[in-house]
Every structure is written in structure tokens, then in C-alpha cells.
Ligand binder design. Sequence first.
Ligand code: NAG
Ligand code: NAG
Ligand code: NAG
Ligand code: ZN
Length: 308
Amino acid sequence: MNQYQVTNMIYIVKCVILATTVPLVAGHFGYRKRDQHTWVQNFKLCDGKLQSPISISSFKSITLPLPALEIIGYHDFLSSPLYLKNNGHSVVVNVNNHLGKRLPYIFGGSLDINQEYEVDHLHFHWGAKNNRGSEHMLNGIRYPMEMHIVHRNRIYSSLSNALNYKNGLVVLGIFFQEEDNKSLYSIVNHLTSVRWINNETKLNTSITLGSLLPKNTDVFYSYKGSLTTPPCNEVVTWIIFSMPVPISFSQLNKFRLLSNGNNLIADNYRKLQNIGLRKVYIRKLNPHLFVKYNEMTFNVADLDWFWH
Ligand SMILES: *[C@@H]1O[C@H](CO)[C@@H](O)[C@H](O)[C@H]1NC(C)=O
Ligand SMILES: *[C@@H]1O[C@H](CO)[C@@H](O)[C@H](O)[C@H]1NC(C)=O
Ligand SMILES: *[C@@H]1O[C@H](CO)[C@@H](O)[C@H](O)[C@H]1NC(C)=O
Ligand SMILES: [Zn+2]
């Protein structure tokens, strides 16, 4: 091989490694305004009509007596070791090798009947200041942090495979609000070990996913959208809980010390996307609605999402 071929080979190997270890992070992208404008040049899907995040308004959402979201295995301690990794865009906890046991999964809610979604990983978006950080906005509020718990439809063998199907993923969106509390202790405790890009560390305390959820998961918004990072595939059913989870000021500050090698990682949220013709549904338990819709015949398959 000549010099050119060797360089090319190294480039290909690098791409393969990137593609297999961090499937949601395709190549390089930045969050500064001028960087976000260039996403569409390298990732055509980012220019689609069903992009995320969006601004959600409870007044404009359609209230429905949806079934509860069933959350299975979220209260068990995760058995295999969990790794926390700084990928240069965020900090990620991978949950996709739950040795010998079924992965925690969700079904019900706004999801199609008989579709089960297993946990793959979770990650965070946060701001440099407390007045920003979340990707979605709710009733005009931008929270200081938003956690995404990414789930893959069980019928697809891997996350990268699921990215090709419009029912491939469900992401639970969870807002954090500054308040003195410690639900994130086991993760925050290890952030100093993953300060630099590609640092990875094993969590030394077991966590339950349930401990990261809001106390009340009865009320949630749901709409059809996309990954909020390139390649922006429009394969995500979003479920956003209306109740935030508390996080302390000092915990938030520990996220703000993470670095991608050049800069601190903060303001790693995508700008708002047009909602277009899409509908946002809200699950609320309102006795009048149950009468109006007759719970027994309510069929999620009849929901009109304006999905292609
Ligand atoms: C803080 O967390 C504790 C223990 O998890 C809980 O009992 C308490 O109600 C929480 N406080 C707030 C304000 O959420
Ligand atoms: C877990 O790791 C953290 C951070 O490295 C450390 O402060 C803590 O003492 C460790 N806890 C145990 C139980 O080993
Ligand atoms: C984190 O990355 C830095 C820079 O690459 C390296 O010097 C350090 O040893 C790494 N730390 C851990 C815990 O992997
Ligand atoms: Zn995300």
C-alpha cells in the first residue's frame, strides 16, 4: 500500500470504529449556531419534516385517555457493570448488555399494541447556564437539563438496524429542574473520571432506571420525531414526561466541567424544529374523557400523527 492507501485505510478503520461503538454519533458535528446550520450538508435527514426537538404547549396538545405507559424492570438493579462514557457530545450510560437477564422495557401508552421497546442507553443535554439546556421546551420553559432514555424496538436486532424503521425507537424525555436533591448521585459521582473525550469508567454503585424517572409518570406528551443528533433519522416516538426530576446546582455544575478536548461540553442541545402538521398528544387522567372516548374501544392505532 502506498502512503495514500495507508491514510485511507486508517480513515476507514476509524469510521468503522466510530460507527460500531457510538451508533448515534455519526462523524463530527457541533452545537454552536453556525455548526448546527451545517448539519444538513453532511446529514440530509436533518432537513426532514419530522425533526426534533420541538416546543410543546399543553394548550395545543390533544388530550387523550391513553393507556398507562408500562415500565418493566425499571425498579430492578441493573445486573451487569454499567459504563459511563464522555463521547465528546454528551455523557452516556450504556445499558445494552444486561447479562443473562431481559433488558428493562416499555410498552403501552401511545405505543402500538404488541410493540415492546428495550432500553439501549441514556444520555444528557445541558446548558452552560441554568436558563437553558433542555432540547424540548414545555409551555415556554427551557429546563437546565434533559435526559434521554433511548429504547429500541425488540423486533430489530440492534440500534443501528432500528434506525431504518419508522417504529424503530422510543425515547423517554425527562426534564431536570434545579432543586436540592440527589437522584443522580451515582452518575454525578463519577463525572470527574470522564472529564475528557473518550474517557470511560465503570459505575461502582448499582442504579435502577426507576430512580431516574419523575415521581409521577402518569402525565406525558407524545409525538413522532427524530434523533436530535445527526444523522437525525425520523424513527422516534417521543414520550416526554411533564413532571421534572430535581437536580442540585452543584450536580449540574459537574456536567459543565466535561470537555470534548477543545471546549467544555455545555449547551449541547439542538435548536427547535418546526412542528409542521404533526400532532402532540397528552395523556391525562380525566374522567370526562374516559366517558367520551369509552376506554374499552380506544385504539392507539387510530391516532393520526401525520406520519408520512
Ligand atoms: C428528594 O429525595 C428524597 C429521597 O429520594 C424524597 O423523599 C424527597 O421527597 C425529595 N424532595 C423533593 C423536593 O423532591
Ligand atoms: C465510587 O467511586 C467514587 C468516585 O470515584 C468514590 O468517590 C466512591 O468512594 C466510590 N464508592 C465505593 C463504594 O467504592
Ligand atoms: C481520560 O483521558 C485523558 C486524556 O485522553 C487521559 O490522560 C486520562 O488518563 C483518561 N482518564 C481515564 C480515567 O481514563
Ligand atoms: Zn438526546
